[in-house]
Write a protein that binds this ligand. Structure first.
Ligand code: NZQ
Ligand code: ZN
Length: 388
């Protein structure tokens, strides 16, 4: 563990099948006006909306609604949310939904009173907020992004063909998050497995960097093994509470800053996936699964020790009589087989991408420098071509 860092995670987590019972206690800490933010309507179908509303009413809150947050929330919706938050004079933004809803709530929280254009300030210039920030709380219904316990907020600008995440500081983390694994039971299988792969990708983005002996890597391996184990159970029986609860908790720890400690971290898979998302509006986890194998096969030789360690410690590859390269390749093959068995999208063409679109997608891809190899534009195009 050779890096230097500070660590603080201010989000209070309320976890379990009775978690919503504790929402009232959290609400009491904030003023009367609550902006209730949600997505396209799943919470109205599965009854979560009614449950949350009755807690809000019992707590004596004045509820203002901002529904219709789309998957991969847009900059136009963000502008609309700012107006709603100001009109409500919101004391708290309560996000009820998945990563998109939580991300959007955070974006509104720092944008409503921002004097500048928030897209330019936060997503192009990457500046930090210098205005009043409205506190955010979450009731999570979709597992994967880790947004419930981090400062991440991803916004898509289709006109500019950019999907960009800003990782805000502690003051923007949700103040509390209600995590009831049963609230994820109604997720369609496609979303459930996309979320599972999003979790895996978050862990790998942090794991595949650096070469020091780092506790973060041991934590990552444990999280990955738990995830693989529980995913295999959940995909056969989505109502298995134990498996779904493990997946939910793994997702939170996969991206709440802990396993990044002492790491440079990579994030190139996410940059590729986000560029694909900006051109297709595809489901986030599937954009990652479609590019991952091509990317890892492109770079693994540059981080061969970590890739062979991954094969042994996560995928159970035996080392005897094999070179590091053979071990690493076997690990990647096992990973690929597992992904296919889970039902993940393995090809960009299955997300509506055509060969003609690739140069533009490559142009929208941000280049990161914390992984085992820094790609140039030609490398990025090669990875995208191999993913098609
Ligand atoms: O909109 P509704 O009707 O609620 O339907 C949603 C949506 O269609 C549905 N859903 C959610 N909970 C459900 C449910 N359907 C039935 N039952 C439930 N209980 O699922 C669909 C997807 O939801 P969404 O919130 O878009 O998914 P996810 O949680 O994967 O969030 C994706 C967004 O998060 C960003 C992504 O880029 C994307 O914009 N990310 C945020 C990160 C962060 N904050 O740190 C990191 C991630 O890497 C990621 O980039
Ligand atoms: Zn992700």
């Amino acid at each position: 563990m050779l890096g230097t860092f500070t660590y603080c995670n201010p989000t209070k987590i309320i976890f379990g099948n009775d978690a919503l019972d504790h929402l009232g206690g959290e609400l009491a800490k904030y003023g009367k006006n609550v902006l209730l933010v949600y997505g396209g309507g799943s919470i109205k179908k599965n009854g979560i909306y009614e449950k949350v509303l009755s807690v809000l009413k019992a707590a004596g809150k004045e509820v203002y609604e901002d529904g219709g947050v789309m998957p991969n929330p847009t900059v136009e919706k963000l502008y609309e949310g700012c107006e709603r938050a100001k009109a409500a004079n919101a004391d708290l933004i309560l996000a009820v939904g998945g990563g998109s809803v939580c991300d959007y709530a955070k974006a509104v929280s720092v944008s409503a009173y921002c004097k500048d254009d928030p897209w330019q300030k936060y997503y192009i210039r990457f500046e930090e907020p210098d205005c009043k920030i409205i506190p955010v709380g979450c009731v999570l219904t979709m597992v994967g992004t880790g947004s419930e316990m981090n400062g991440g907020s991803v916004i898509t600008n289709y006109a500019e063909k950019l999907k960009i995440g800003h990782v805000f500081g502690e003051q923007v983390f949700p103040k509390f998050s209600v995590l009831n694994p049963e609230f994820t039971f109604t997720l369609p299988k496609y979303q459930m497995i996309a979320g599972i792969y999003d979790i895996m990708s978050h862990i790998l983005e942090q794991y595949f960097s650096g070469s020091d002996d780092n506790t973060s890597d041991y934590l990552s391996e444990g999280l990955l093994r738990s995830l693989i184990h529980s995913a295999d159970i959940a995909v056969k029986n989505p109502l298995d509470y134990e498996a779904r609860s493990n997946i939910m908790w793994t997702a939170t720890w996969a991206l709440n800053t802990l396993i990044a400690k002492g790491k440079t971290t990579d994030w190139e898979v996410h940059m590729l996936g986000q560029a694909v998302g900006a051109h297709t509006n595809a489901t986030h986890g599937m954009t990652l699964s479609a590019v991952s194998m091509a990317y890892y096969r492109y770079i693994f030789n540059y981080g061969i020790s970590k890739f062979s360690r991954y094969a042994i410690n996560v995928w159970g590859v035996t080392a005897e009589g094999k070179t590091e390269k053979e071990i690493a390749e076997e690990g990647l093959l096992r990973m690929e087989t597992w992904m296919k068995d889970l039902g993940l999208t393995m090809r960009l063409k299955d997300l509506g991408v055509t060969a003609k679109m690739l140069p533009d997608i490559a142009k929208s891809t941000l280049v990161m420098d914390g992984g085992y190899r820094v790609l140039d534009r030609a490398d990025i195009l090669a990875v995208l071509k191999a993913s098609l």
